[in-house]
Design a protein around this ligand. Structure first.
Ligand SMILES: Nc1ncnc2c1ncn2[C@@H]1O[C@H](COP(=O)(O)OP(=O)(O)OP(=O)(O)O)[C@@H](O)[C@H]1O
Ligand SMILES: [Mg+2]
Length: 273
C-alpha cells in the first residue's frame, strides 16, 4: 500500500523566491497529520500543491500513489470559510455533493446527517450570515466532511477564533474524524493545536523550506487534554523548534529599532535601549 500522501524532494519557487527547497514527508491512511511552521514558510503553498492547484518546480507529490488531479476526492477547509451567502446552511453543506453526481434527495440526507452531528440541524434553512462565527465554522466543517473526502486538507481553519471556541471546534473535528476515519492534513502555526491533534507532526523550517523534523505522537487523538503532561511536553517541544526558526524572537522589531527611535524622538519620548 502506498502512503496516503507522499511528498518527495519537492521544491517550489515563485520567480526568484525559493519557498520550498527540498521537502519530503509522508502521511498514512486514516491519520491526522499536522503541518506546522513559521509564517511565510510555504504551508499554504504545500496545500495548493496537494490540492493540484499548482505544481512543484521539482520533485513529486502523490496521493494514493497518483498525482493529485480532478478525480482526487478532496475535502477542504480554509481560514476564510467561503460559505455561499445566498444558499441555506443545508444547501451549503450539500454543495460539493452535486459535483460528485449525488442525486438531490440523497444530497439533503447526507448534509443533514453531518448537520446533526454538529448540532446544527435546526438551522438547516437559515442563511449563513444569520449564524454566529462558531456556527459558521461548524457549517464549513460539515461541508468538508459531507463529500466523504479521501483526504481532508485544512489550512489554519480555526486561526481567527478565540481559544475556548477553538477547543470546542477541535473536539468536534475529532468526533467527525472518529466517525469517518478520513485522512486529515491539518496546517497550523499553533503548537497547542498540533499537540492536541497530530499523530504525526511535520515541522517546517523557515524559508527556503525543508522539513526540520517529523515528530510521531502515537497517543490516541480525542483522548488528549491541554494540561496532560505529554501534550504539554509536545507543545513546548514544538515551541522550541519554532523559536529555532525565528518565530517569536521579535527580530522584526529590532530591525525597525532605528526608525522607532526617530519617531519617539519626534514625540519627545525616551526611546528604549
Ligand atoms: N502565487 C504566488 N506568487 C508569488 N509568491 C507566492 C505565491 N504564493 C505564495 N507566495 C510566496 O510564498 C511564500 C510562502 O507563502 P505561503 O502562503 O505558502 O506561506 P504560509 O506558510 O502559508 O504562511 P502563513 O502561516 O502566514 O499562512 C510567501 O513569501 C508568499 O509571498
Ligand atoms: Mg498560509
Amino acid at each position: 500500500m502506498p502512503p496516503k500522501i507522499l511528498v518527495e524532494r519537492v521544491a517550489k519557487s515563485f520567480g526568484d523566491l525559493h519557498v520550498l527547497e527540498n521537502v519530503s514527508f509522508e502521511v498514512d491512511e486514516g491519520q491526522i497529520a499536522c503541518l506546522i511552521g513559521p509564517s511565510g514558510a510555504g504551508k499554504t503553498t504545500t496545500f495548493n500543491l496537494l490540492a493540484g492547484l499548482d505544481s512543484p518546480s521539482r520533485g513529486r507529490i502523490l496521493i494514493d500513489g497518483m498525482p493529485p488531479g480532478p478525480e482526487t476526492r478532496l475535502g477542504y477547509m480554509f481560514q476564510d470559510l467561503r460559505l455561499l451567502r445566498w444558499r441555506t446552511v443545508l444547501e451549503n453543506v450539500a454543495f460539493g455533493l452535486k459535483a460528485r453526481g449525488v442525486v438531490r434527495g440523497e444530497r439533503a440526507t447526507i448534509a443533514l446527517k453531518y448537520l446533526e452531528i454538529l448540532g446544527l440541524a435546526e438551522f438547516k434553512d437559515t442563511y449563513p450570515h444569520r449564524l454566529s462565527g462558531g456556527m459558521q465554522q461548524r457549517v464549513a466543517m460539515a461541508r468538508a466532511f459531507a463529500v466523504d473526502p479521501t483526504l481532508l486538507l485544512m489550512d489554519e481553519p480555526f486561526k481567527s477564533v478565540d481559544a475556548q471556541l477553538r477547543l470546542y471546534l477541535l473536539d468536534l473535528l475529532v468526533k467527525l474524524w472518529r466517525e469517518t476515519k478520513t485522512t486529515i492534513l491539518f496546517i497550523t502555526h499553533d503548537t497547542k493545536e498540533a499537540a492536541l491533534l497530530g499523530t504525526r507532526i511535520v515541522v517546517y523550517s523557515k524559508r527556503p523550506v525543508r522539513v526540520k523534523t517529523v515528530l510521531e505522537f502515537p497517543r490516541a487523538v480525542g483522548d488528549r487534554a491541554l494540561m496532560d503532561k505529554d501534550v504539554v511536553e509536545m507543545d513546548h517541544r514544538l515551541l522550541h523548534l519554532l523559536r529555532e526558526e525565528g518565530v517569536g524572537s521579535f527580530d522584526w522589531i529590532r530591525g525597525e529599532a532605528d526608525q522607532v527611535r526617530e519617531v519617539l524622538k519626534g514625540l519627545r519620548l525616551n526611546a528604549p535601549e
